[in-house]
Design a protein around this ligand. Structure first.
Ligand code: ZN
Length: 160
């Protein structure tokens, strides 16, 4: 059974450090597979579209992302190419509660990572999916969306 993990928030120092690479051999272990399941459950319970391991205080380069075809894991993710053309969009983060920001992100990216079976993945992404991957890949490098936001605002707490 998957377990919900506690999500850490700023100013927790793990959110600001580059996380460690995962060894391919580690990925197949039951402990690691359980961790991926726990991350997916945590992401869904928190209504997130992506989650990085650093957000549950595990300093490893692991992310999970919700796609229309179901959740995927990107381990040791690297954005190898970013289009010059960017798109402006609103972002929030489970680790920066109550804050939204406007962030310019590349529209098209190339990505390399290991999948949940430990096999190398190489693919292109665009639009919202590309935005989520850039946000999560930033997390493994200790970068938060507020660092890139051209405008940050508090979430509206109005109770209507
Ligand atoms: Zn985030």
């Amino acid at each position: 059974m998957a377990t919900c993990l506690p999500i850490i928030t700023l100013p927790h120092p793990i959110l600001r450090k580059k996380a460690a690479l995962v060894r391919a051999e580690e990925i197949a272990t039951p402990t690691f597979q359980k961790f991926l399941e726990d991350m997916v459950k945590t992401m869904f319970e928190a209504d997130g579209v992506g989650l990085a391991a650093v957000q549950v205080a595990v300093a490893k380069q692991v992310t999970v992302i919700s796609t229309k075809d179901g959740p995927i894991a990107l381990i040791n993710p690297v954005v190898t190419r970013m289009s010059k053309k960017t798109e402006r969009g609103e972002e929030g983060c489970l680790s920066v509660p109550g804050v939204w920001g406007v962030v310019d992100r590349s529209i098209h990216i190339n990505v390399e990572a290991l999948g949940r079976d430990g096999k190398p993945l190489k693919f292109t992404a665009k639009g919202f999916f590309a935005r989520v991957i850039q946000h999560e890949t930033d997390h493994v490098n200790g970068i938060l969306f507020v660092d890139r936001a051209i405008e940050v605002h508090e979430a509206d707490n109005a109770t209507d």
